[in-house]
Design a protein around this ligand. Sequence first.
Ligand code: XIL
Length: 377
Amino acid sequence: MFVACTILATIALSQTADEAKPAAPAAPLIGLKDAFAGKFLVGTAGDVPRGYSEAELANVKANYNIITPENCMKPQPTHPSEGTYNFTTPDAMVKWCEDNGIKIWGHTLAWHAQTANWFFQGTNGEPVTRELAMERLSNHIHTVVGRYKGRVYGWDVVNEAINDRGGGETENLRNSNWVKAIGPDYLTLAFKWAHEADPNALLYYNDYNIDQDTNYDRATPQYSGKHTSSMLLLKRLIKDGAPINGVGIQGHWHLYNNIDDVEKAISDYESLGLKISISELDVTATGENSGAFPTRGGGEPITPEAFQKQAEVYAKLFDVFNRHAKSMSRVTFWGISDRRSWRSGQRPLVFDGQLQPKPALKAILDIAAGKSVPTKP
Ligand code: XIL
C-alpha cells in the first residue's frame, strides 16, 4: 500500500514538474537560401527597401540570396514617355541588395503588359514603323541593361510571348504590340540587344503555364499546347542565334497543378541545353492561379486542410527541383508573405501575413533536409 502510494505520488510529482517546465523555444528555422545552398539560388520579389518594415527586410535577408523587382524595372515605370527614364526606385533597390550581398534578377524588358503606349505610336499618332519600333526597343534595352551592367545577375528579356489558347501546332505567339510592330523576330533581337548591353548577364525567356499543355482552369480545362509551343519557340530562338541561357517557368500554381507536367517540362528544357528557373513561385491555397490577369477567387476563409495540402504541393515541387538541381539555377517566390502577394486573398506563399512560417515552409525545409515527400496514410 505504502509502495503504491509512493509510486503514485512520484508520478504525480513528476507530471506536475513536467507541466511546470516552460515549453522549449522552437529551434529557429534555417533560412531558405541556406537550406538549398549549393543547389540553386532562392529568391523573392519586391521593390525593396522602400515601404518595407524592419521585420520584413530581416525576413528577406534571412531567406533569400536573389531578388526580382516586382514592378519597378518594368518598361512602364522605367520609361513612361519617350526619352524620360525613371530609375529612382530601381537604383535604390540595386543599392540595398548590393549592400546586403543579395543578387538582383532584372524583370522585364519586352512584354505586352505594363509597357507605355508611346512605344507603339508613330510620330503623328499612326502605328509605329518596324524600324522605329526596333530603334525604341533597342534604346530601351541598351539604356536599362547598360545602366546596371555587371550589377544585375540576369534578365527576363522577353516575358509571356505565347498566347493562352493554342493547340501546340505552332509557337502561338501572342499578337502583342511588339509582334504587330516588329514581327516574330522581336524576341531574337531583344536577346541580342540585351547581350550587347551586358555580355555577362544571364538572359532568360520567361512565361506562365509553359510547364503544361492543358490550361490552368479546372472549371473549363482546355488543351492549350502552351508547353509544346514553348519548345517550338525556344528551338527557333536557339537556331536563330539568340544569346539565351535559360527559361523561367513562372510557377503561378494552385492545389491541383499537375506536378508530373512540371517535371516533364524541366526535362524537356534540359534537353535543349537550357538552364531552368522557377521565376515567380506561388501556390494558391484556394481557387485558381496562373500568370494571367486578373486575380480570380480568394477572400473566402481557408481551412487548415487547405494549408496542409498547400504544404504537400510545395514539398512535391521542391522534391522535383532538388532532383533537377544540376539544371535549376534559381527558385524565386513571388513576394515575401501572404500580405505582400499579388494573390494575397488566396494566401499562396510560405510566410503568412504576419511573417509567421506556414506549414508549407516546414514542408520545404524538410525536403531540403533530405526527408521524403509526405504521403497520405
Ligand atoms: C505583377 C505584380 O506582382 C503586381 O504587383 C502588378 O500589379 C502586376 O504584375 N507575371 C509577371 C509579373 O511576369 O510581372 C506579374 O507581376 C505577375 C504575373
